[in-house]
Design a protein. Sequence first.
Length: 270
Amino acid sequence: MPELPEVETTVAGLRPVLEGQRLTLVEPRRADLRWPIPVDLRQRMTGAVVTSLGRRAKYGLVETDRGDMMIFHLGMSGRWRIDPEEIEKHDHLLLETESGHRLALNDPRRFGSLDIVRAADLANYRPFILMGPEPLGDDFIGEYLKIATRDRKAPIKQLLLDQRIVAGLGNIYVCEALHMAGISPQAKGGAISRPRYQRLVDAIKRVLIAAIAAGGSSLRDFVQPSGELGYFAKDWLVYGREGQACQCGALVQRRVDSGRSTFYCSRCQK
């Protein structure tokens, strides 16, 4: 599933062709993805000028001069295609701009979503109401994480994947950050010290920034809007490396927690 760096990379790829452009065509090609597509999305977006693009957690945001915000989620297999030569079966939303660009939101598995709300009401959008801070924001610090997990007996990996604690983190980058910080994924959240939490926060930020710079990690269907692959996967230290040597010489291990694979080094991570 595309995670925060992949969504950030997607938004950056869309920005040069959408920002400041008037939408001359907005065509949903089916009634739903994971959820129904708003019936008024076409009317509200057609003829509007895109004023900005952004991201909240794993959602992409497209704001218009009409005060609307189109919100997209890539689900498990979604991606945007810029100026495709042909429209494919799984291109479920088409956009055309006044400058002549065509964009297609492609989602074979249809686990993604499309929605539209008033930009002024974005904070009250249902998926966002209980979300925690952005992991790259200034308010995401070790002290916050210590307070947010106070007295929690759940494993730290489980807590980091809870969007109510921190928004946008996914399995790949949590595994990598925990390894970088030297913290076991099974460590109880409430038992981790403030200094170790600050080290973890620093690791999360470093991992995400490096992944964004590399264009994300291309897993299965995900590629950038330009069609290029993300290259951060080659820098993974533990994720997907079960049985291979960690930098310390021990073998990377894998366990399954709640249906998710957890990769870690028992020597490096305590």
